[in-house]
Design a protein around this ligand. Structure first.
Ligand SMILES: Nc1ncnc2c1ncn2[C@@H]1O[C@H](COP(=O)(O)OP(=O)(O)OP(=O)(O)O)[C@@H](O)[C@H]1O
Length: 428
């Protein structure tokens, strides 16, 4: 698909200014293009704000562009919120946009029509900027669910007491993303250090059972939507694979460096003006902008980097694992309340793992996976649970996936550590 940017009614396709509907794939030909409101200079004076919108036309069942044009764009226009639409052409397109745009802090927020994968990409594009420490909490994100995994959105909706049933999920998300009274609520971010890179995560790290189900069921994304996980779970438990690994963790301890944050209104202030005000009030904080010293951003500054040995206060388990699954939010999907008491704005990592020697039969695992929806999985004796400030995983057998926020990360070792960094999500 061709790169296509739309601003108001104008599409800027590959640098040329033209007045047409966004480029559509064959399956999107039924898209109803809502007539554009004429952007006279008079109208622009009354604009309430400005959003950068990323639509992944291939996410989930491939209806995201249609959703944007039918449900989202008319409300943005009615509410006098300007938008710049970028239809992503493939992996890392959105990442390179947020990494390089010099006017990113002039948008009131970034809207994402995809799943958790594109949110992960956008956040990690911001991390590649010099101003990422200041920008992350001040540039709020909204998600309109069109991917097959929407753990972040579901955790935010759950936190604000909204229904997660499919129809209400979409209408609540659209309302939050298009309302002029939306506020931005803080969501904690976690440092992911791999053999070669530094990333930020907001949701989960999986290895073994849960990661295999996620990745191996991707091929049914278009046909089954989020039901792909159920089929994937059945197939994977029948053909169970286990992996040898070393899991090390530092048990959670409260730390005065971490403080919960308050919300702010998305409109009318831009990140640029908020950041300038904050720099005035807390001028000492600007010294960490642009830093690459990750330990300074950790809640616990004593956590060693991945290249160094863990200390005596770490627990180390070397064994054959069915899987490791760590989450930092309550929901991994609409019907996946994996750790129901996890909060949006906290520095705890909820680490779970299953050792092969603790499981007596495959039926144990089928029961475990089917109990997640009713939250009974946490009562299963073979599921070990521990709250940690940091953990490290060294894989010792070949052929496993390490999956962060639903995306495969190519590494043999990984360490996750709580940070002082936060993003912000639109909420009502
Ligand atoms: N036009 C495109 N075609 C294919 N992939 C794209 C396109 N635009 C973005 N992507 C990539 O697709 C992935 C989308 O994952 P995301 O989770 O948002 O959606 P999804 O359909 O739910 O996928 P998943 O089932 O893996 O969760 C991201 O890694 C993103 O970079």
């Amino acid at each position: 698909m061709q790169a296509c940017t739309v601003y108001g009614q104008w599409n800027i396709c590959m640098g040329a200014l033209c007045c047409s509907s966004p480029v559509q794939s064959e399956e999107e030909t039924s898209v109803v293009v809502v007539p554009a409101v004429t952007s006279t200079s008079n109208e622009l004076e009354f604009t309430r704000g400005n959003l950068l919108v990323f639509v992944n036309p291939n996410s989930g069942s491939g209806k995201s562009l249609k959703t944007f044009e039918r449900r989202v764009a008319p409300l943005l226009r009615r509410n006098k919120i300007k938008y710049e639409l970028i239809v992503t052409t493939g992996r890392d397109h959105a990442k390179s946009v947020v990494k390089t745009r010099t006017d990113l802090d002039c948008f009131n927020g970034v809207m994402i029509l995809s799943g958790d994968g594109l949110v992960f990409e956008v956040l990690n594009g911001i991390v590649d900027r010099k101003d990422f420490v200041a920008l992350l909490p001040n540039l709020p994100l909204s998600v309109v669910p069109s991917g097959s995994g929407n753990g972040l959105l579901c955790s935010v909706l759950e936190n604000t007491g909204k229904s997660l049933k499919q129809k209400q999920l979409m209408s609540s998300a659209v309302e939050m993303a298009t309302s002029t009274s939306s506020k931005a609520i803080p969501v904690s971010l976690f440092h992911v250090q791999t053999d070669t890179q530094h990333l930020l995560s907001f949701l989960s790290l999986g290895w073994g059972l849960m990661a295999d189900i996620d990745i191996e069921s991707e091929k049914w994304r278009k046909t089954l939507g989020s039901n792909r996980f159920t089929l994937g779970a059945l197939i994977r438990t029948i053909n169970l694979r286990t992996y040898r690994g070393r899991l090390s963790f530092k048990p959670y301890e409260e730390n005065i460096r971490f403080a919960t944050s308050t919300f702010y209104n998305v409109y009318p202030e831009t990140p640029n003006s908020r950041i300038r005000k904050q720099a005035g009030i807390h001028s000492d904080e600007s010294s960490i902008n642009g830093t690459t010293d990750w330990s300074e951003l950790h809640v616990d500054t004593l956590v060693p980097p991945l290249s160094e040995q863990t200390g005596p206060d770490w627990t180390v388990i070397e064994d054959e694992f069915v899987g490791v699954y760590a989450v930092t939010l309550s929901r991994i999907s609409a019907d996946g309340p994996f750790v129901p008491n996890a909060k949006l704005d906290e520095d705890r990592i909820h680490l779970t793992y299953i050792l092969k020697r603790d499981v007596s039969s495959r039926m144990d695992l089928i029961n475990f996976l089917s109990a997640i929806e009713s939250k009974k999985h946490l009562d299963m004796p073979f599921l070990k649970k521990v709250e940690v400030s940091s953990f490290r995983l060294n894989t010792l057998s070949e052929g496993s996936f390490i999956v962060v926020d639903g995306e495969v990360v190519d590494t043999k070792s990984v360490q996750i550590t709580s940070t002082l960094l936060k993003t912000a999500l639109f909420a009502l």
